[in-house]
Design a binder for this molecule. Sequence first.
Ligand code: MEV
Length: 429
Amino acid sequence: MSESKHKSSFYELSIPERRSKLIDSGLISSESASAWSAGGGLDESTADHMIENVVGLFSLPVGIAQNFVVNGREVMIPMVVEEPSIVAGASFMAKLARTGDGFTAKSAASEMIGQLQLLDLPDLPKARGLLRANKKRLLDLATDPNSTIVKKGGGPRRLVVRTIRNSAIGDFLVVHLIMDVGDVMGANVLNSALEKLAKPVEALTGGRVHLRILSNLSDQRLAYASVRVPKEALAFEGYSGEQVRDGIIEAWAFAAADPYRAATHNKGIMNGIDAVLLATGNDWRAAEAGAHAYAARSGRYTSLSRWSKNASGDLVGEIELPMAVGIVGGTTHAHPTAKANLELLGVRSARELAEIIATVGLAQNMAALRALATEGIQRGHMSLHARQVAISAGASGQQVEIIADQMVKENNIRVERAKALLDQGSIHD
Ligand code: MEV
């Protein structure tokens, strides 16, 4: 696989040089890239229309994960996150993945689930029968022929009726409306369709529709990614490829077996996933809720990923999780930086974005497990943490690296030490 001309020493460039490199590569227009510069992204008046009681804006870094090849396509991945090591970790794992076949990813149709809670039924079994017999009519009622989603081939697909046994309020029914929402996240369109269904469902069953809301356990909208890394590529410093591979598999087995470890393991996965969700203006709380509910679907919370070795002894990683994301509508377009980030990604559908996001989650998981299974995370973390400490002490420009390096050498990473180094005055910006 050819080395990307976009990635050589990207991290060594200055921020404006990195931007220019992406613009010169034709991955983003200079107009869009201006959203990345201070004051170039979200403005106050747009923000004032987004939420209530706005007093200002809150900034976070946008970093670009390098080296990713997903389904044979090179992709630069924007990540918005405050934690050091995340962008570097993902980029490095993507580099290792290139020694195999890169990442392979797939996704299910963009089918979201909406729920109607149906209470006070005079005859629950009869209501269930009526709902099942009238599925086609109810689906037609939920379909808005003028909606863009329906025009593009999406819309309501299935109706599922579930019985919930409940000792607190008595047994009740839940109607699931499953809808293909295409390239939007789908919360609004689905909630509107549920509203439309409420009255006809009440008329049919004699019950009372209580809640009408989408489910964030979008298990009909799963994304899957996998990777194979040749064992030789895993060797570094004093560790053999086999040692690293087996260490990763042992670390995964811990998470698969123990919810205490699985929570942290999955947090590491979400480090990467949330960063891309934020960068693209997607609802990361929805994805978080869906991911953790999916991780507990067997009744026991477990790992979202799986690591094993194949017949040749290469490391194989896989991940599967719900991924309800959009590339049109909502914040994805209202926020200029999210729009720019989507342009850089070059995705043509919400499903493609979901596949890339699952891939980043897998890469992030591999980065964490590789570090934990070998030298531990503190070493890599410390130098990055030292940079943040230097910045909080007031360092800027080249001072940041110099002071951070010195503090790591001294094994003394504290704001007071950074201030003292700054005060020595020998370090100039
Ligand atoms: C830290 O943000 C994430 C890790 O704790 C993930 C893990 O333990 O797998 C390193």
